[in-house]
Structure formats: structure tokens, C-alpha cells
Design a protein around this ligand. Structure first.
Ligand SMILES: Cc1ncc(COP(=O)(O)O)c(C=O)c1O
Length: 360
């Protein structure tokens, strides 16, 4: 039986060629030699329309680094609970306090009214997640950020290539944090990036570059200084090599994801499903089902892999809180994620649709 995987990166000869060339260059760390990391930053900046970009070694590091520049220590960051745990960890890495807001029941992105209720004098940043590649309401959050003198930092781990009001995600708000984990729309062995949009982006870039490499600053030949604590968050040249090839086909591959979503939206006979939005890049496609355990087992038995995104962060032991998030709680008990990756054939999509309609 041919297994239909939930996630599956798309590779071509271009990735193989780029990878081999990075290998033969013998410059495997960034900073020296062929500078594929610098090139990737430049190409991603041009692609998104961000003011500048800082590449790092994963999406968690991107969030950690971006929040290090948002004055969150001892203050509060508002974020959704329906996300991967890194979104919340990044606040704690920076000694901030996590404040969960509920989600919108249609998009499953952070709900602006719930955010408004969570704002206090200590709010310093809003951290929405583009859930499944669906753009969060950055326009309303941008207004709230400017009213409260806070940063708008979006977790764009699912959203490489997504747009909002004609602008690419990565070019809106203060900073955007991308993940290029192998399951993501733009896949690398491991990688991430912070896209910067603030007015003083050049100065912030300099700070983030230093924190990305152990706090090293003012480097001239073998001379350098260390003025503050930094981390080792460098992206390596192999990741950048693959990323460059992936970036050149991103729009084409995202279009295939959209086509899968169109079929799911039109043909799935389920009560609640992910809306159709041509700005979304459909990292996955979610549906709600009541008998989730049984449903997933049935699909698995016929070779269709599904997922659960996510067990909410506020249900994890270390994040337990008394805050009430009724929509997050209800949805997280019923959500099932279906594959949308570009390796799926029309026959695969038909099999998924027929099986979901039979077992849901
Ligand atoms: C929403 C979200 N945020 C952050 C991350 C962290 O990215 P990485 O795995 O590259 O550290 C992920 C990755 O799974 C994610 O899905």
C-alpha cells in the first residue's frame, strides 16, 4: 500500500546541485567563503519585501532572537495557545510572561477581541501565529501595537509565501519569524529567519547579527569585542543552499497546496473545515471531527497519515494557567490535519476526500 504522508518535502535536481556545490566549496559554516547564507537572506528579503533579514538555524531561534529586541523581560507577550510550544518558550527564554488569547473560530488565528481583553500596562509584544498558513489579522494587531507602544512579531513558521492585503507576510509589523524545518512550505534540513521591518532596522540587524553569534561585535580580521550575551544561532551553508533552490519554486509549490485546499473545501462533507482564502499557503488543511481517535485510526489503516495541530500550550504542565480559552479548548479536541504537500497526486487527493467523507 502506498502511504500518503502528512508532510513530504519536494526536491528537484536543483537542490542536489546546490548541495553538492556547497559541499565541494568546503565552506560549510556561514561567514566564510561562498556566503550562501548571505545570499539566501538577500533573496528572501527581496521575495517578501521585508526591509532586511537575519537567517538563523531554526524557527525557535528566530523567535528567541526577535523577542530579545522587544523589551519583554519582566513584561507580557500576548500569543495564542493553539501553536507549537516554541512560540511560548521564546517569551520565557527572554524572561517575559506568557499571556494567552483565544482564537477566532473560523481562521483559528489569534482573536483580536480576546487580545484586547488580555492587554495590560505590561504588554510589550503581540505574537500571532499564521495558523496552517492562514494570515492572522496583522492589520488590527498593528493598530493595537501602535496604541500600546508594543512590538508586533508574527510567528510565520507556517506562512512562507503567504500574503495579506497584497503584501507578503514578512513585510508587515515589526518582525516576522520563519521556520524552514523539513516539513515546512520552504524546507531545509534545519533553518529559520527573522524578517525586520522597524524604522531602525539597520541598527536592529546589527544587534541581531551579534547576538546570533555569541555576542561577537566590531569584528575586524582577528580582532573583535563582546559587549553582551549572544547565542550560536548561525544558519549553515547546506541549509542555505537547499533554501535557495526551495525559494525559487516556492510560489509554484504553494499554488499546488492551494489547489489541494480548493478540492478539500469543495468536496469534503464535514461540518467545520479550513476556509478557502487565496492568501493562505495551506501548510496543512484542518477539519473538525467528533470521533477523532477512531477517525484517525481508520485513515491510518488505509495508508493516510493525519496530524493533530496542536495540543494547546496552556494544557502543558509547565504552562498550566487558570485562563479560560473556550474556543481553543473545544477546537483542540476535534481538530485533525490533512496533508496538502505538493507531492500529492489528484488520485491521492481523491482517496483522502472519499475516505474522510466515509469515516467522519
Ligand atoms: C508555529 C510554529 N512556531 C515555531 C516553530 C519552531 O520552528 P523550528 O522547528 O524550526 O524551531 C514551529 C515548528 O514546528 C511551528 O510550527
Amino acid at each position: 500500500m502506498n502511504k500518503i504522508k502528512l508532510f513530504d518535502p519536494c526536491i528537484t535536481k536543483q537542490e542536489e546541485k546546490q548541495l553538492l556545490s556547497a559541499l565541494r566549496s568546503k565552506h560549510w559554516a556561514s561567514g566564510a567563503g561562498s556566503s550562501l547564507v548571505n545570499l539566501f537572506e538577500k533573496k528572501f528579503q527581496e521575495y517578501t519585501g521585508a526591509k532586511t533579514c537575519v537567517a538563523v538555524n531554526n524557527g525557535t531561534a528566530a523567535l528567541h532572537l526577535a523577542l530579545s529586541e522587544a523589551n519583554v523581560s519582566g513584561n507580557e507577550v500576548i500569543l495564542p495557545s493553539l501553536t507549537f510550544v516554541s512560540t511560548a518558550h521564546a517569551v520565557l527564554y527572554n524572561n517575559g510572561k506568557v499571556k494567552f488569547a483565544d482564537i477566532d473560530p473560523t481562521t483559528l488565528c489569534m482573536d483580536v477581541d480576546s487580545v484586547k481583553k488580555a492587554i495590560t500596562k505590561r504588554t510589550r509584544a503581540f505574537l500571532p501565529v499564521h495558523f496552517g498558513g492562514m494570515p492572522a489579522d496583522l492589520i488590527s494587531l498593528e493598530t493595537l501595537a501602535s496604541e500600546t507602544n508594543s512590538a508586533l512579531i508574527d510567528d510565520a513558521a507556517h506562512a512562507s509565501g503567504a500574503t495579506l492585503n497584497g503584501k507578503k507576510i514578512g513585510s508587515i509589523g515589526t518582525m516576522s519569524c520563519f521556520s524552514f524545518h523539513p516539513v515546512k512550505n520552504l524546507a531545509m534540513p534545519t533553518g529559520g529567519l527573522v524578517a525586520l521591518n522597524q524604522k531602525n532596522f539597520q541598527q536592529v540587524r546589527k544587534t541581531l547579527l551579534s547576538r546570533r553569534w555569541c555576542g561577537i561585535a566590531d569584528r575586524k580580521d582577528v580582532e573583535y569585542d563582546v559587549k553582551e550575551l549572544g547565542w550560536n544561532f548561525y544558519m549553515n551553508e547546506f541549509s542555505a543552499a537547499i533554501g535557495l533552490a526551495q525559494l525559487s519554486t516556492l510560489d509554484k509549490l504553494n499554488k499546488k497546496r492551494l489547489n489541494a485546499a480548493k478540492r478539500f473545501y469543495r468536496e469534503l462533507d464535514v461540518e467545520r473545515k479550513m476556509p478557502l482564502n487565496t492568501d493562505c499557503v495551506y501548510h496543512f488543511y484542518w477539519i473538525l471531527v467528533k470521533n477523532r481517535k477512531q477517525f484517525r485510526k481508520k485513515l491510518s489503516e488505509i495508508g493516510i497519515e493525519t496530524g493533530i495541530h496542536y495540543k494547546p500550550v496552556h494544557k502543558m504542565s509547565m504552562y498550566k494557567t487558570s485562563v479560560k480559552l473556550p474556543i481553543t479548548e473545544k477546537i483542540s479536541q476535534q481538530i485533525v490535519t490533512l496533508p496538502t504537500h505538493p507531492n500529492l497526486t489528484e488520485e491521492d487527493l481523491t482517496k483522502i476526500i472519499e475516505s474522510v467523507n466515509k469515516f467522519c
